[in-house]
Design a binder for this molecule. Structure first.
Ligand SMILES: NC(=O)c1ccc[n+]([C@@H]2O[C@H](COP(=O)([O-])OP(=O)(O)OC[C@H]3O[C@@H](n4cnc5c(N)ncnc54)[C@H](O)[C@@H]3O)[C@@H](O)[C@H]2O)c1
Length: 327
């Protein structure tokens, strides 16, 4: 198979590249390197199974040209991270709406099966225990740019779904719940790499809000192999599928765990949401996935617990940046 991966220089996309090349497939990455990095792909340099194209998913002709030669499209390119969305509201909205439309339209035109990466953010402020794929979305006001990512991803799902139904081209929609692991950057607000970096440099760990908000983190190593399996499963077509971990923890609990696992001397401090992200920022108190649909469709069962996940990030950070061991 020849696969096009948009956003392949990013965190999840680069792991998908590794996975597909290891399985003997050919990969073409389209990425503008806005939040991704070529260093995430250095292990594939020189491989004849791999090609990198620097470009923008808003460039319709380029997207069409690359998709035309593919057997499958994995669409992961997006403007991500709270800082990115809040600081660049128009550009991120355009990327997340029109970029996805370009990719889906090209896939349908050339009859290439496609997967789009959606997010648990589509549930908005719904903090039910074990969110199921058909649960309701609860959003704040559209004038709060924080919700633009969730709203755009919800529309992306609709665009992918309607095209999939009308064209008959296989379409898979995955909803990632806080996927973490090596290569994720903390620069745009992602909490686990941010805490790990602060702990490794013995700086204060900054918890946003009260720290009582609860999250559940899934390992990129559990999630990535499911993407090709879902593409091979007709029962998964034209529906959204939740993917995430099992272990729920408060953000304060996460900070404690990172301190404990790194042996850091960091203190834990608290920063108001407004100070961190600007006025009017809203967050959800809880985010926990029901992954029983993925279990039924493809036997999805997370194998890495939170300690494994944090350890893998710590190891990667220490080797990538030669961060000294905390004393
Ligand atoms: N990591 C998570 O927990 C999580 C959760 C929910 C959804 N997702 C979704 O998964 C996908 C991958 O996220 P990630 O965590 O790997 O983030 P990431 O920032 O590492 O990856 C996104 C990639 O897209 C590229 N990109 C951005 N705009 C682009 C454009 N206009 N044209 C071409 N490339 C562009 C970036 O350079 C980057 O390499 C995204 O669609 C994101 O919305 C991730």
């Amino acid at each position: 198979m020849k696969a096009v991966i948009t956003g392949g220089a990013g965190f999840i996309g680069s792991h998908l590249c590794d996975h597909l090349v290891a399985q003997g497939h050919e990969v073409i990455v389209l990425d503008d390197l806005s939040t991704g990095s070529l260093s995430n792909l250095s292990q594939l340099e020189g491989s004849t199974a791999f090609r990198f194209v620097q470009g923008d998913i808003l460039d319709r002709e380029l997207v069409d040209e690359l998709v035309a030669e593919a057997d499958a499209v994995f669409h992961l390119a997006a403007a991500v991270g709270v800082y990115n969305i809040v600081d660049n509201p128009l550009r991120s909205l355009r990327i997340n709406l029109h970029g996805t439309e370009n990719v889906v339209e090209a896939a349908v035109k050339h009859r290439v099966p496609y997967m789009i990466a959606s997010t648990s953010e589509v549930y908005g402020k719904n903090d039910a225990d074990g969110l199921k794929e058909n649960d309701d979305r609860i959003y704040g006001s559209p004038t709060k740019s924080r919700w633009s990512y969730a709203a755009a991803k919800g529309l992306d799902e609709l665009v992918a779904y309607v095209h999939g139904v009308e064209s008959g081209v296989p379409c898979v929609i995955t909803r990632f719940f806080n996927v973490v692991g090596p290569r994720q950057t903390g620069r745009y607000g992602m909490v686990v790499p941010r805490f790990v970096d602060q702990a490794l440099s013995n700086e204060p760990i900054t918890v946003y809000g009260t720290g009582t908000q609860r999250r559940c983190f899934g390992s990129v190593y559990d999630v990535v192999p499911t993407l090709t399996r879902l593409m091979d499963t007709p029962e998964a077509y034209n529906r959204a599928v939740n993917l995430g971990g099992r272990e729920e923890i408060s953000i304060k609990g996460l900070a404690d765990r990172v301190v404990q696992l790194t042996g850091s001397t960091s203190a834990i401090t608290y920063v108001d949401y407004e100070q961190a992200y600007g006025e009017g920022y809203e967050d959800m108190q809880r985010r926990y996935p029901d992954t029983s649909l993925a279990a039924r469709l493809i036997g999805y069962e997370p194998t890495r617990d939170l300690n494994d996940i944090i350890d893998s990030i710590v190891q990667h950070r220490r080797s990538a940046h030669s961060v000294p061991e905390p004393v």
